[in-house]
Design a protein around this ligand. Structure first.
Ligand code: NAP
Length: 429
């Protein structure tokens, strides 16, 4: 792997990331349609930086490898050098990767997240005017989901039905925790999964959401949980988040739990007055909702949601359900972030769509908007803003790739690369 001659490393000090004017950014092209969307993306990102800073700043790209590309070159799905490079240069971007079938690696994406402890999965969901949507008012959707990325049922602490170790585990339960064992309806034929949710894991995720909401002047953070049923995991997630908000951010937040306490002590009117005074004074509202109700409300009253903080499995469902409201998989960006160290990998959220590989037809929007998130992570908001403005302009012209074209009457179908060309032309205009 070659190290670029120019460029400097992004570092971190107490105040946050220190980003030089020419940061080295490792990138993974990805498999299948990855190279198609990467070719369009890299040109758009370079053009956005040029348009915003006129040569004063520049991204210095360094290619790193994972997936089939790495297998071909190094006979290894995920070389150590790839992880080392991301660790060293701190911020990277990647296209989709083929999931190896068989072998030791469950998923390359999961491996990268775990190795770098990227505990926040950040998914902004916004609608660009003109994008086909199944809902009546997609313009009301403008949310950022913070999904916990390391715990919950995804930890992989599972026992397969019928195995010796599973019987041993169940026996252990029966002997030590008979009350809970009795709640298992069919123990002999059950597989078992454990759902660890910790205070540290919950609070670091919530802190990232809170800091983001404060920095970006958002109105609220909603905790999405299933605490009515899973009291000691999902319910605890909610309580630990409220604890953090009240104990460490009390001067900048107002929580629904405070409102409940005020209502109990002084009645509803006084509680409402207290909340109003706090919000009028600029406090961020911290509220919570049960996950199933949330999935209804993001459809029926999307405008009430802003930043969302949630556990891993809820976040998985919610991210995809919301992405579908605003144009689907071709345009949904994502970032995996460790907010303590600033390490981050931004990525297309869809897969490799191999049937379209090298045809230059798929939508590059997901990776381009992941690049937009990356620019914001670097603090290069002006360049990120150029991309959003150009996306709005090009989609408003109804120049779109096949996935949108088949849903939009009278639109012009453009290739993946042409969509990139049009974004660049719009930024240069
Ligand atoms: P997929 O690659 O996401 O493709 C499913 C369908 O989504 C495509 O057939 C296409 O729909 C649509 N689509 C995906 N990307 C698009 C784009 N850029 N523009 C427009 N439409 C797009 O899912 P898959 O076929 O299940 O998975 C293929 C491989 O990718 C597997 O190896 C899987 O493990 C891997 N994967 C990787 C990631 C990742 O690296 N982040 C994520 C998921 C899956 P139409 O056919 O309707 O046009």
């Amino acid at each position: 792997m070659q190290t670029p001659e120019q460029g400097e490393k992004i570092t971190r000090n107490g105040a946050g990331l220190r980003v030089p004017d020419q940061p080295v950014i490792p990138f993974i092209r990805g498999d299948g349609t990855g190279p198609d969307i990467w070719r369009a993306t890299v040109r758009v990102l370079d053009a956005a930086v040029e348009a915003a800073y006129g040569g004063k700043r520049r991204l210095i790209w360094k290619e790193i490898y994972a997936g089939e590309g790495a297998l071909r070159k190094f006979n290894n799905w995920l070389p150590d050098e790839t992880i080392d490079a991301i660790r060293e240069y701190r911020v990277a971007i990647k296209g989709p990767l083929t999931t190896p079938v068989g072998g030791g690696i469950r998923s390359l994406n999961v491996a990268i997240r775990q190795l770098l402890d990227l505990y926040v999965c950040q998914r902004p969901v916004r609608w660009f005017e003109g994008v086909p949507s199944p809902v009546r008012d997609p313009g009301a959707v403008n949310m950022v989901i913070f999904r916990e990325n390391t715990e919950d049922i995804y930890a992989g602490a599972e026992f397969e039905q019928g195995q010796d170790e599973t019987r041993r585990f169940l026996r252990l339960m029966q002997e030590n925790f008979p009350d809970r064992y009795q709640r298992i309806r069919f123990p002999e034929s059950s597989g078992i999964g454990l759902k660890p949710v910790s205070r540290e894991g919950s609070q670091r995720l919530f802190r990232a959401a809170l800091e983001y909401a404060l920095a970006q002047n958002r109105r609220s953070v909603t905790l999405v949980h299933k605490g009515n049923i899973m009291k000691y995991t999902e319910g605890a997630f909610r309580n630990w988040a409220y604890d953090l908000a009240e104990n460490e951010y009390g001067h900048r937040c107002y929580t629904w739990r405070q409102w409940e306490r005020a209502r109990e002590d002084q009645g509803e009117q006084a509680a409402n007055a207290e909340q109003k005074a706090a919000l009028d004074g600029g406090a961020l509202l911290i509220k919570d909702v049960i996950a199933d109700i949330c999935l209804q409300q993001v459809l029926t009253r999307a405008g009430e949601f802003d930043v969302i903080a949630t556990t891993n499995l809820n976040g998985d469902y919610l991210s995809d359900a919301l992405a579908a409201q605003v144009g689907g998989i071709g345009i949904a960006p994502g970032g995996n972030v460790n907010s303590d160290t600033g390490h981050a990998v931004f990525e297309a959220t869809h897969g490799t769509a191999p049937k379209y590989a090298d045809k230059d037809v798929v939508n590059p929007g997901s990776l381009i908007l992941s690049g937009e998130m990356m620019l914001r992570h670097l603090g290069w908001n002006e360049a990120a803003g150029k991309i959003i403005k150009a996306m709005n302009a090009v989609i408003a012209e109804r120049a779109v790739t096949y996935d949108f074209h088949r849903l939009m009457e009278g639109a012009t179908k453009v290739k993946c690369s042409e969509f990139g060309d049009r974004l660049i032309a719009s930024m240069q205009a």
